[in-house]
Design a protein around this ligand. Structure first.
Ligand code: FPP
Length: 250
């Protein structure tokens, strides 16, 4: 593959419902096949040299879907989290869950705790699942915890609140910001996903439903990323200069 490989790829997996509908099947069938596709994409990502992969499995707004669909998704996530212990071991994958866990069923919370603890030892792909996740909720929780820690003396009251401090209170603390964000199924919006973390992320929107998004689609997204010029607010000339200085010093 030519060009730079993104260290961290975030995915908004969209289109399970439309994929199922296009096949004359119920929406839940789309979610089942969508959940099946997760391991395929995790493995492909690691084989391409991606170190961090974050998928949006269930948003804080997804509770507003019909009750039977929410229950079916929760059942799928329940069984995914259970079998994930085995696949994580096989694929040497560390799994972390982002989002507000207290609203999830107690057995799901327990599975998450077990999985996170068990996979802490693995040093292959870092796989994050955003579950009951909303970026505004994440930032609000972080701000409240900073206030609590200041009030209780854990944080020094005289220290200013910095970007680094806020980042260290987010669910993604210790995880690098995404380099590339992919959204499947043609929609072009962020839907309350990693708003803080995506400040300088490259976006890639593709008109393919999630269950059909396989290794070759990921490869195309990564190839596309490899040809982008990331400037972080600087000019193109500065970037060229910096990269030739970097090459000269190697
Ligand atoms: C996206 O399609 C579906 C969801 C965001 C919810 C369910 C996701 C899964 C079951 C995959 C499991 C993921 C992991 C990481 C274990 P949609 O229903 O929004 O599709 P539509 O826009 O076509 O209706």
């Amino acid at each position: 593959m030519s060009g730079a490989i993104p260290r961290h790829v975030a995915i908004i997996l969209d289109g399970n419902g439309r994929w199922a509908k296009s096949k004359g099947m119920p929406r839940v069938y789309g979610h089942t096949m969508g959940a099946k596709n997760v391991e395929t994409v995790c493995r492909a990502a690691w084989n391409m040299g991606i170190q961090y992969l974050t998928m949006y499995a269930f948003s804080t707004e997804n509770w507003n879907r019909p009750g039977d669909e929410v229950s079916a998704i929760m059942d799928l996530l329940r069984s995914y989290l259970k079998t994930c212990k085995k696949t994580a071991k096989k694929n040497n994958m560390r799994v972390r869950v982002l989002g507000e866990k207290s609203r999830l069923a107690p057995d799901i919370q327990e599975s998450i705790a077990v999985l996170e603890e068990y996979t802490r030892q693995f040093d292959g792909l870092n796989f994050q699942i955003a579950l009951n996740y909303g970026s505004r909720d994440e930032i609000t929780r972080a701000v409240n915890r900073i206030i609590e820690d200041r009030d209780s003396g854990v944080l020094d009251r005289n220290e200013p609140v910095t970007e680094e401090l806020i980042a260290s209170y987010l669910d993604t603390a210790g995880i690098p910001d995404p380099d590339l964000l992919i959204r499947t199924s043609g929609e072009q919006r962020l839907s309350n996903y990693l708003l803080w973390q995506c400040a300088y992320t490259e976006f890639y929107f593709v008109d393919i439903h999630w269950p059909d998004f396989r290794e070759n689609e990921l490869r195309k997204a990564v190839e596309d990323y490899g040809h982008r010029s990331r400037r972080y607010g600087k000019t193109g000339e500065q970037i060229v200069e910096e990269s030739s200085e970097g090459q000269a010093s190697v």
